[in-house]
Design a protein around this ligand. Structure first.
Ligand code: ADP
Length: 519
């Protein structure tokens, strides 16, 4: 036995023992020894670091089983693993929740190993322990941060999926063909409506250049120019009309709108192309125009006959003999004139639509035409005074009746739509090679949105429709007449503050085809 002892020094065994104890006490790692041969495996040695870590003094530690550090927190996984290792006589490393003398919790990383005697019986256990509370805290924080991050990623993914689904359902629901084009105008994707309308499959479409689709049906020079030259500088382009005879579906009239797609502030050569098929709408428009033309012609003929009979009656009634009858026929004649005026307006629209409104251009005194027109309208109203200022002193070469029609329309509108006002102002002047006429009223005015639409045929401002009679074609006809003289007509207005309609006409415009021109 003696020979086998390992001496640390050449002094006595007691010296060696003291040296070992001093060394263990100098260690910053907590170390304990338990005696497995005594009941309940008590602690028989602890170093200084163990006292510091637990807050207990040596006197309070020696003789106790290690579990006193766990307090009532007994249901710990580590504890069961220790039990198992002790039974099997194996070494083990576990992490335990332990409690200091003052009750505060700390995490203890315990390495436990059996010590055997010469007969290979376990006599003791050594426990080497470290306070890993800070490490555990960081680990816990990292864990919760990772969990939070995962949760956020999950939520974002769900949101993204939902918004993708939302966008996809919009794209697939719209009754308009949509395409996304990429580099070199190649199709990246198209919606179902596109495939249905043009009777093509995704296989025939995706990754192909727009221009080579089908029989090269989209290889239209003006479309190429718009997509390649105009769109890069003018985003978006709108309402480009295309007519094409397609092999599968026949002739189509389409309106194209294109927009470069901004991806994170970068255009990345993506273009959204929307194709609206307006063929049916066009057909319906044509049918409406045809109806308008037939209806107004059919109404005009009997009306002209009725007017003839009324005039005959007026002649046949001896003057002043039957005053009542005379008044009735006179009123009837007035109403027939009104009706005839409305039908003439409708006829004008249908002629304009067919490009058959005839102009009879010859020189006339512009100021005199305006004066006569103002006089006629003034005669028909007691509520308003029409003030005229300025003059042009121009002999204008154009269709006098048609320009008078424009002026009459603007004046009657000015009176009609200013029921509470008493004045309408007309101003004439010459600017460079143009005569300019402005008609200002102090009535209802027109909001900005409606200002863009009132020159469309049959458009009437919704809010006042009920209170004022009309068909919504006067301004449409006026604009076409002014345009046919190479002029322009526009409105400036603020709702509730009246409106100013102005038109300019070039009096030096080219003299070709001046007479009996068609528009
Ligand atoms: P109509 O007067 O028969 O409705 P118009 O084509 O002459 O048809 O005018 C179109 C619409 O423009 C009118 O219905 C009215 O809503 C609006 N409008 C025209 N002139 C004026 C005006 N001077 N002030 C306010 N609104 C006007």
């Amino acid at each position: 036995m003696e020979e086998k002892r390992f001496f640390l020094s050449n002094k006595s065994l007691a010296d060696d023992f003291n040296l070992l104890i001093t060394a263990l006490n100098a260690s910053s790692t907590s170390i304990i020894l338990t005696d497995n041969q005594q009941p309940d495996n008590p602690i028989i040695f602890c170093n200084k670091a163990f006292e510091v870590m637990t807050g207990y003094t040596r006197n309070e530690i020696i003789g106790r089983n290690c579990r006193f550090l766990q307090g009532n927190d007994r249901q710990q996984e580590g504890r069961f693993r220790i039990k198992e290792a002790v039974e099997k006589g194996e070494s083990i490393t576990v992490e335990l929740r332990n409690y200091r003398k003052n009750g505060s919790q700390f995490w203890n990383e315990l390495y436990m190993s059996p010590i055997r005697n010469q007969n290979n019986q376990i006599t003791h256990f050594i426990g080497v322990q470290n306070d890993i509370t800070s490490r555990k805290k960081i680990e816990a924080e990292l864990h919760s941060e990772r969990e939070m991050l995962e949760k956020r990623v999950h939520e974002r993914t769900l949101n993204l999926k939902a918004s993708e689904e939302y966008q996809r359902s919009i794209v697939e629901t719209v009754r308009e063909s949509l395409m996304v084009l990429g580099q070199d105008i190649k199709v990246i994707s198209a919606n179902e409506f596109f495939y249905k309308t043009f009777r093509v499959s995704p296989k025939e479409t995706v990754s192909k250049s727009l221009y080579e689709l089908g029989n090269g049906q989209w290889n239209i020079p003006s479309l190429r120019y718009l997509l390649e030259k105009v769109l890069p500088n003018n985003n978006p382009f709108e309402n480009f009309e295309v007519e094409h005879d397609f092999p599968n579906i026949g002739k189509k009239i389409m309106v194209l709108n294109a927009r470069r797609i901004d991806v994170e502030g970068n255009y990345k050569n993506r273009i959204l192309l929307a194709i609206e098929d307006i063929s049916e709408r066009r057909q319906a428009d044509i049918r409406k125009d045809d109806f308008l033309s037939v209806a107004s012609h059919e109404l005009k003929t009997p009306l002209t006959t009725v007017k003839g009979y009324i005039q005959m009656l007026e002649i046949m009634i001896p003057a002043r003999q039957d005053q009542k009858l005379f008044e009735i026929t006179h009123k009837a004649d007035n109403y027939i004139n009104k009706l005839s005026g409305l039908i003439t307006d409708l006829l004008d629209v249908s002629k304009l639509r067919a490009g058959k409104l005839e102009l009879s251009k010859k020189p006339f005194d512009f100021d005199a035409m305006i004066s006569s027109c103002v006089e006629t309208v003034q005669a028909g109203t007691k509520s308003h005074t029409i003030d005229v200022t300025g003059q042009t002193e121009i002999t204008f070469d154009g269709d006098e009746n048609r320009i008078e029609q424009v002026m009459t329309n603007l004046l009657t509108n000015a009176i009609k739509y200013s029921p509470d006002a008493t004045r309408v102002a007309v101003h004439l002047n010459v600017i460079n090679e143009f005569v300019k006429v402005t008609v200002t009223d102090f009535g209802l005015g027109i909001n900005e949105e409606d200002q863009k639409k009132i020159f469309e045929r049959f458009y009437r401002v919704g809010s006042i429709q009920k209170d004022f009679p009309g068909m919504g074609i006067g301004l449409y006809v006026c604009e076409q007449i002014v345009k046919s003289h190479n002029g322009s007509l526009w409105v400036e207005s603020e709702e509730g503050k009246g409106a100013t309609f102005s038109f300019t006409l070039p009096y030096l415009f080219n003299n070709q085809n001046q007479n009996d021109a068609e528009i």
